[in-house]
Design a protein around this ligand. Structure first.
Ligand SMILES: Cc1cc2nc3c(=O)[nH]c(=O)nc-3n(C[C@H](O)[C@H](O)[C@H](O)COP(=O)(O)OP(=O)(O)OC[C@H]3O[C@@H](n4cnc5c(N)ncnc54)[C@H](O)[C@@H]3O)c2cc1C
Ligand SMILES: C[S@@+](CC[C@H](N)C(=O)[O-])C[C@H]1O[C@@H](n2cnc3c(N)ncnc32)[C@H](O)[C@@H]1O
Length: 583
């Protein structure tokens, strides 16, 4: 017998005591005319308020796979302000495991880090976008060019949760609907009926589930026509580093044919060729469009890398040492405004940090236990496996003929195709050093003005230098010395064994130090993903999902303000504001 989950915050239960699964089938499927409504569609989009245990999602997922036409895709987007843990979800729905096949276990396994932000999880034909935020804050930022086909208006009763059922929610539902969009809700409260009618929905009261007398069903009256999906058939990806191979991986998953053009004789010949790197979000003192990108991208990388074998992944965590007051203030503000649970980001004093690190540290630290190390080089190989790759193949517009979309993932090489992008190269060198008695006990990565990775196969990756003024990748002895000196300054006495190798490459960064990802302005089917700076391990994969979303017109995996902040259009907008462009 299922123990019905109960919310202390709202003093309400998550689903019916009679049968949650039958309630979902009655309220949300039957009263949205499902599965009939998706029967003829290639793409169908459901949006839900209040993900809770994921019961509605699992019921819809199973029904879709059992009844939709072969190859059809379900885009499911849901908002949740107080995410349950994966364990709580598994326990709450355990009795219905049989009804879901392996889907409950897959949801639990791939459930994202519980950090505020936008999370994308692919389950084959079913794509979940889980937005951990207040629906009223997040829904104005949500874009779905193809629109929502069916709304599941869940959430606790309006009498217990009046803050959720607002005109902001209703008007944004109208914005995201098209002629024929349906809705269903367990509640028939006047506040909800009237709000939805004012926003443009026709509402009807119908029989509720079990002991519930009434519920509502509705249809959008507006005249917004639904956009027809126009997916590209063949995509050229320019560049075989992290940015390009991440795109290949996502397009392959979505069944979109593509070719990687790489100018060098091998994949990962540029910045992405390092044998090891660490992944972290880029910290900002305040939560904004930029931090939302890095938070979601970090959560995506942490989850995806955990599930990828053969890429040198080590989930060792990272300690960001607090070496001065400025850093302390920035991290404290970040902790307060990003609102990550302690389980995912925590301030530790020097003693606690030393315990986590396994060696004595003179500094307190910001600890990210989900962070780790991976080999960017192996990651590129893994992400490109199964894709068509052309090596020694510098792309030129002459090659473009047979492709109906192009993705420029070629770091600073993008300037050749978009000369106005303000990109710059920043040379960097890393070393691989043997462990020593002073370093071999290190259990986590340490980040300071450089970084040292926890030992991997008897070595540490230690980085890195930043030189905007050097354009070559020749190795420099003085860089090795600088890298070791920075380590010794951050943790005196931490001297590794002999340097076993070094590598230098050029990072690509934009003038405003934020990646450039999105549609190329003034073109129809050209996209760019570049300027990943020092965080390409996390930003490349999130960027690839965004580009695939932009191509297919479905739910976008990032908020509109974040998409605008990433878009190359931002530079034109700024120039226009400065009066530098006359239109
Ligand atoms: C020293 C150093 C240390 C780093 N450490 C970390 C770290 O610890 N963690 C982290 O997250 N990030 C780290 N980075 C950053 C990370 O490596 C980059 O952000 C990432 O590799 C960028 O990937 P990319 O695909 O955009 O660029 P690249 O890997 O440079 O790939 C671009 C590719 O495009 C190809 N190309 C260019 N023009 C053309 C053309 N016309 N036709 C065809 N192909 C073309 C190039 O040959 C190249 O292979 C580090 C970088 C450096 C240099
Ligand atoms: C009745 S439960 C949802 C049940 C859920 N659909 C399921 O399948 O288990 C309501 C959910 O709405 C969430 N919620 C309440 N107010 C919210 C808000 N303003 N924004 C986003 N989620 C909210 C609650 O935390 C809770 O998980």
């Amino acid at each position: 017998m299922v123990d019905i989950p109960y919310s202390q915050i709202f003093d309400d239960i998550y689903f019916s005591r009679e049968s949650g699964i039958d309630e979902t089938r009655h309220v949300f499927l039957k009263n949205n005319a499902l599965p009939e409504s998706w029967a003829q569609k290639k793409q169908f989009t459901i949006a839900e308020t209040g993900f809770g245990t994921g019961l509605n999602f699992l019921v819809a997922w199973a029904a879709f796979e059992e009844t939709a036409s072969p190859g059809a895709v379900l885009d499911y987007v849901s908002f949740e302000l107080y995410p349950l843990t994966a364990e709580e979800i598994g326990a709450a729905l355990g009795d219905w495991r049989g009804a879901f096949g392996d889907r409950l276990d897959r949801l639990v396994k791939h459930y994202p880090l519980r950090i505020p932000g936008w999370h994308r999880i692919d389950f084959g034909r079913v794509r979940l976008t889980l937005i951990f935020d207040d629906v009223n804050d997040a829904i104005p930022r949500l874009n779905i060019p193809r629109g929502v086909d069916a709304w599941f208006l869940d959430g606790f009763a309006p009498s217990k949760n009046p803050g959720m059922w607002t005109p902001v929610l209703f008007s944004n539902m109208a914005r995201l609907s098209h002629t024929g969009t349906t809705l269903a809700s367990f509640t028939a409260a006047g506040l909800v009926k009237n709000g939805l009618r004012e926003a443009g929905f026709t509402i009807e009261k119908v029989r509720g589930y079990g002991r519930k007398r009434d519920m509502i069903t509705g249809r959008f009256n507006g005249s917004q026509a639904q956009l027809e999906p126009v997916r590209p058939q063949r995509v050229a990806i320019i560049g075989g580093g992290l940015a390009g191979t991440a795109c290949a991986q996502v397009l392959r998953y979505r069944g979109i044919s593509h070719t990687i053009f790489e100018a060098a004789p091998a994949l990962a010949g540029g910045a992405s060729g390092n044998p090891g790197g660490i992944f972290n979000p880029r910290f900002t003192a305040h939560r904004n469009a930029q931090s939302d990108f890095y938070a979601g991208a970090y959560a995506l990388a942490a989850r995806t890398l955990r599930e990828t074998s053969g890429v040198g992944f080590a989930p060792c965590g990272s300690l960001h040492l607090i070496t001065d007051d400025d850093k302390r203030r920035r991290f404290e503000s970040c902790l307060e405004t990003w609102r990550w649970p302690e389980q995912h980001m925590k301030l530790l004093d020097a003693a606690e940090a030393s315990q986590v690190a396994g060696i004595s540290l003179p500094h307190s630290a910001l600890y990210l236990p989900d962070s780790g190390q991976v080999s960017p080089h192996l990651l590129c190989t893994n992400w490109a496996a199964g894709s068509d790759v052309k090596l020694n193949a510098p792309f030129s517009p002459d090659n473009a003929g047979e492709y109906d979309a192009v993705i420029y993932a070629c770091a600073a090489g993008a300037s050749e195709f978009m000369p106005d992008l303000p990109l710059q190269s920043v040379r960097g060198q890393i070393i691989a050093a043997e462990t020593s008695p002073a370093t071999s006990a290190l259990k986590t990565n340490l980040c300071y003005s450089g970084y040292i990775g926890a030992p991997h196969e008897g070595r540490h990756i230690i980085g890195s230098t930043f030189q905007k003024w050097i354009a070559t990748t020749d190795l420099r002895e003085e860089d090795n010395a600088e890298i070791l000196a920075r380590l010794n300054e951050a943790v005196p006495g931490m001297i590794p064994g002999p340097v076993a190798g070094a590598r230098a490459a050029l990072r690509c960064a934009a003038q405003d130090r934020f990646p450039v990802i999105g549609a190329v302005p003034g073109t129809k089917n050209s996209y760019v993903t570049t300027a990943h700076g020092s965080h390409g391990i996390v930003s490349s994969l999130a960027g690839a999902h965004l580009i695939a979303d932009l191509m297919d017109g479905g739910v976008q995996s990032l908020g509109g303000d974040t998409i605008a902040a990433l878009s190359p259009q931002r530079f034109l907008d700024r120039a226009q504001r400065r009066g530098a462009i006359i239109s």
